[in-house]
Design a protein around this ligand. Structure first.
Ligand SMILES: Cc1cc2nc3c(=O)[nH]c(=O)nc-3n(C[C@H](O)[C@H](O)[C@H](O)COP(=O)(O)OP(=O)(O)OC[C@H]3O[C@@H](n4cnc5c(N)ncnc54)[C@H](O)[C@@H]3O)c2cc1C
Length: 716
């Protein structure tokens, strides 16, 4: 393709310097991309906008980019969402941010402030020339590996920019999106008009509450977005929304501030937001803005050649549930992560879209039914004249389910936000399969990490057999070249595979039985390469805690990244050394419920522990277990250490820094002395069919020299 006139070249071109575009520029730089340029239509970067909310999942991203402290200087940490009927009767309240158990706060902030902080950071990281203003995209051509953008300034002059990657962050009226969906037309409106403004006034409710009032047609939203030095005073952001068809709907362009204010008062003058003098707040509002409530239909594709979409350009949605800026920031981080961890731009874009588009499509649909705010509509329909107590209108379960369901849709429930792997690209680990770190000089901890993936290699080998006793299709993803080499070496010196395969099948069946009995809490100690949270169809409500040495679970998460969306249950990972006594506190802080029956899994861990560490560990587990809890554990038999056939293998493990040391004459007896009712079997006993609920493992998995115990125990 040839162009006449001015042609310039940039590596990565971002169109639009709003929240999505600027957050993408910062995130790309943090992920190792240094040649990024943002093109903005406006002649100057003069940030506009009133209040918006950033939910903890996106605040986590901003914190990881190092921006949280600066943002918090002019923002409010929202602590509560409270919904009311027009009389001010409370329909629903819930804690938000850190009070709700997130590790990061929810921030209410002005869009102008957010854009300013992001723009300053772009310039600091990438230089002043990284933001080009007065450059509106008016034309786009893409082909494999390249894109050509035509940009126009306010005088009508155009130039063409050639780029290897173009990211459309140009908002709900996106020109980039229009290039691929030319017939889409303007964004559809739901027939609701919003009036918005800000004014300084006295704090209300907790001082950090987002209050939403409504009937079946109208909404009034109020929340503080800033404070100054005057105690008890805050900048209140308000939004009033009602259907266009109401008699006093105004012509958007014709009305002045006074008319808009009067229109809001006609609709809401009799409403009673707790602690707020509404007429006064409106009177103090200097500028009242008017917008139609618009969104976009979900589209089947965001990426075309080397062009993709982020933020509102990709998935504009109604402003219910505070997701506009939140999801734009998450897009920025996820896109940057995938571009940095894939060798091809195309596969990075595919991974980004595969991860984000289905979630955002679901959220766009959820927002069309106004997310959790539908409780207000229901409250009005069920009790149009108000109520004394919300229990007259809803059952507790009904309310909780509405809110929880919505949180899951956007993947921002607490466990997920707190424990999911970071999207910060550690440049030393850009390719998780990189084998360049060398095999020598492993510390004890590193040796355990390697060994843990050896067991995944063994499970992957079993999975590939026609007569497999264990199915684990995720194990292959954990089979790094290095762990495969180690597994080959261990097997070559007489290492056995039976204990790994049999205990896994034993544990799978026992776990399923426990889940069928209603146990919905699992703790896997030394979770290393365990893939059960992904591969077993456990009930979605199951909380699956994994604890292992710091770094171990992150290594696993990176390798399982391609199947991240296949997690069957709610997984929480904790990096802790189980020989130290800090892990129970961490587990409790992460939401472990000591009064709920639990399945504890301790597999492949014991050979590496001293007897006193093991006894203390089992004792702690017992203390943390309520009646009905189950323990699944395995350990070598003492004969393993004295059988001459195993000598070479034991010497090999010792030379790797992973000495096997612990064994039991009778594991069942040991557990019974620790307060458990136990059934314990050697592999030979299992092969002989002595366990009534386990299909007998074949001889090849239970050779005579593999002296090993597996046990299931209950709290007696
Ligand atoms: C002026 C403005 C005020 C807003 N105020 C609020 C608010 O008060 N509360 C709230 O919740 N949300 C507000 N929003 C929306 C909110 O910012 C977004 O929903 C969300 O943050 C997602 O951001 P985004 O970057 O995808 O889109 P936007 O924030 O809309 O940013 C898009 C950017 O692209 C630029 N642009 C558009 N077309 C082109 C083009 N052809 N070429 C180059 N650049 C282009 C725009 O000028 C803008 O800077 C506002 C948006 C804008 C543009």
């Amino acid at each position: 393709m040839t162009y006449e006139g001015e042609l310039s070249t940039v590596d990565i071109m971002i169109v639009g310097a709003g929240v999505a575009g600027l957050a993408t520029a910062v995130s790309l730089h943090a992920a190792g991309f240094n040649r990024v340029t943002v093109f903005e239509a406006e002649p100057q970067l003069r940030p506009h906008g009133l209040g918006l909310n950033i939910l903890p999942n996106a605040v986590r991203e901003l914190a990881e980019l190092g921006l949280l402290d600066e943002l918090q200087q002019h923002a409010v940490r929202t602590r509560e969402l409270a919904m009311y009927n027009p009389r001010g009767d409370l329909v629903w309240r819930e804690d938000r941010g850190t009070l709700a158990g997130y590790r990061w706060p929810q921030l209410s902030i002005s869009r102008a402030r957010l854009v300013t902080v992001l723009a300053d950071e772009v310039r600091r990281r990438l230089g002043d020339s990284a933001v080009v203003t007065d450059a509106r995209l008016v034309g786009l051509h893409s082909e494999p590996g390249r894109a050509y953008a035509t940009v126009m300034d306010r005088d009508g002059s155009t130039r063409v920019v050639e780029t290897e990657l173009l990211i459309g962050a140009d908002g709900v009226h996106s020109a980039v999106r229009a290039a691929f969906y030319p017939a889409e037309g303007p964004p559809p409106s739901n027939g609701v008009t919003m009036f918005r403004g800000t004014a300084w006034g006295p704090e209300f409710l907790t001082g950090s509450t987002m209050a939403v009032l409504g009937d079946d047609r109208r909404r009034l939203v109020l929340y503080p977005i800033d404070r100054d030095d005057t105690p008890g005073r805050c900048l209140i952001n308000w939004v009033a929304a009602w259907p266009d068809s109401e008699a006093d709907a105004l012509q958007r362009d014709a009305a002045g501030v006074a008319e808009r204010r009067a229109a809001v008062l006609r609709q809401f003058g009799s409403w009673a937001p707790p602690g707020v003098d509404l007429p006064r707040l409106l009177g103090d509002t200097a500028d009242v803005q008017q917008y139609s409530m618009i969104d976009r239909d979900p589209v089947p594709q965001w990426s075309f050649n080397n062009v993709t979409l982020v933020g509102d350009a990709a998935h504009a949605m109604y402003p219910a549930g505070s997701n506009g800026a939140t999801q734009a920031i998450v897009d920025a981080r996820v896109l940057s992560w995938h571009l940095a961890t894939h060798t091809e731009v195309g596969s990075g874009l595919r991974a980004y879209e595969d991860e984000r588009r289905p979630q955002m499509t679901e959220l766009q649909h959820a927002n069309r039914s106004m997310g959790p705010e539908k409780v207000i509509t229901l409250a009005h329909q069920r009790a149009p004249h108000g109520f004394d107590d919300v229990s007259e209108v809803f059952s507790e379960d009904e309310l909780t389910e509405i809110s929880r369901g919505y949180a899951r849709t956007g993947q921002f429930d607490q466990d997920w936000v707190n424990s999911r792997p970071s999207l910060t690209v550690d440049r030393r680990q850009r390719d998780p399969r990189d084998d360049s770190s060398g095999a020598g000089g492993a510390t004890d901890t590193e040796a355990v990490k390697e060994t843990s993936f050896i067991t995944a290699v063994i499970r992957a080998m079993e999975h590939d057999r026609a007569d497999a006793y264990l199915v684990d299709r995720y194990a292959a993803l954990l089979s790094t070249p290095r762990s495969r080499r180690m597994a080959d070496a261990a097997l070559a010196v007489g290492g056995t595979i039976g204990s790994v395969i049999v205990r896994a099948r034993f544990g799978d069946i026992a776990l399923f039985e426990a889940a069928a009995d209603g146990i919905a809490q699992v703790v896997c100690l030394g979770a290393g390469s365990d893939t059960r949270a992904w591969r077993l169809a456990l009930p979605a409500r199951t909380r699956f805690f994994e604890i292992d040495l710091p770094g171990q679970l992150e290594a696993k998460e990176r390798l399982l990244e391609p199947v991240r969306d296949q997690l069957a249950c709610r997984r929480v990972s904790l990096g802790e050394d189980l020989r130290r006594e800090t892990w129970p506190q961490r587990l409790l802080a992460a939401g472990y419920e000591p009064d709920s029956p639990t399945v504890w899994i301790i597999e492949g861990l014991l050979p590496y522990l001293q007897i006193e560490d093991f006894t203390r560990l089992i004792g702690t587990v017992r203390k943390m277990s309520t009646r009905g809890s189950v323990l699944l554990v395995d350990a070598p038999h003492t004969d393993f250490y004295t059988d001459p056939v195993n000598e070479t293998f034991l010497t090999f493990m010792k030379s790797r820094g992973s000495a096997f040391q612990l064994g039991f004459d009778d594991l069942g007896d040991f557990l019974r002395h620790q307060g458990w009712t136990a059934e314990a079997y050697t592999l030979r006993q299992l092969h002989a069919g002595e366990c009534p609920w386990l299909p007998s493992p074949p001889e090849r998995l239970c050779p005579p020299h593999d002296h090993h115990w597996v046990a299931r125990a209950h709290v007696s």
